[in-house]
Design a protein around this ligand. Structure first.
Ligand code: ZN
Length: 141
């Protein structure tokens, strides 16, 4: 490995992409309006998804299923809603983009984030590239 000798030219490092080879690399996700929403230690594409609505499951606590994900969500909470499911109703505490108010995630427990075992990221809500609509945003329409 060559040694990095100069640390003066760092101005272009802000748009560097995280390297896929490093498991410790943090991924940053944005709302489609460009607002920063989520930083997480795993790619959302690599995480399991709910059968009911295709939302990405982010584990908030260590369990037999694996270790908790390290993440930070930048979103505002709104009143909980009830969603109809096959076997009854499900309470969802939604998190919205602080800029455009689009819903981006939800959990089954009251805020703060991580108060429950899982956080769910809404399908197609976030993009890894600022200002780009995620490829699955209109899949169901
Ligand atoms: Zn937004």
């Amino acid at each position: 490995m060559p040694k990095v000798v100069s640390r003066s030219a760092v101005s272009s490092s802000t748009d560097a992409q995280p390297t896929a080879s490093s498991t410790a690399a943090l991924r940053v996700y944005y709302c489609i309006c460009g607002e920063f929403i989520l930083v997480i230690d795993k790619s959302l594409a690599s995480l399991p998804k709910r059968r009911t609505d295709g939302a990405v499951i982010v584990q908030c606590r260590d369990s037999e299923l694996g270790k908790a994900k390290v993440f930070k969500l930048n979103a505002v909470n709104k009143d909980p809603i009830l969603v109809e499911r096959e076997n009854g109703h499900e309470r969802q505490h939604k998190f919205h983009c602080p800029r455009c108010s689009l819903p981006v995630a939800y959990q089954s427990t009251p805020p703060p984030v991580k108060s429950g075992p899982y956080l769910y990221i809404l399908k197609g809500a976030l993009s890894q590239v600022q200002g780009q609509v995620p490829s699955d945003a209109f899949e169901d329409e």
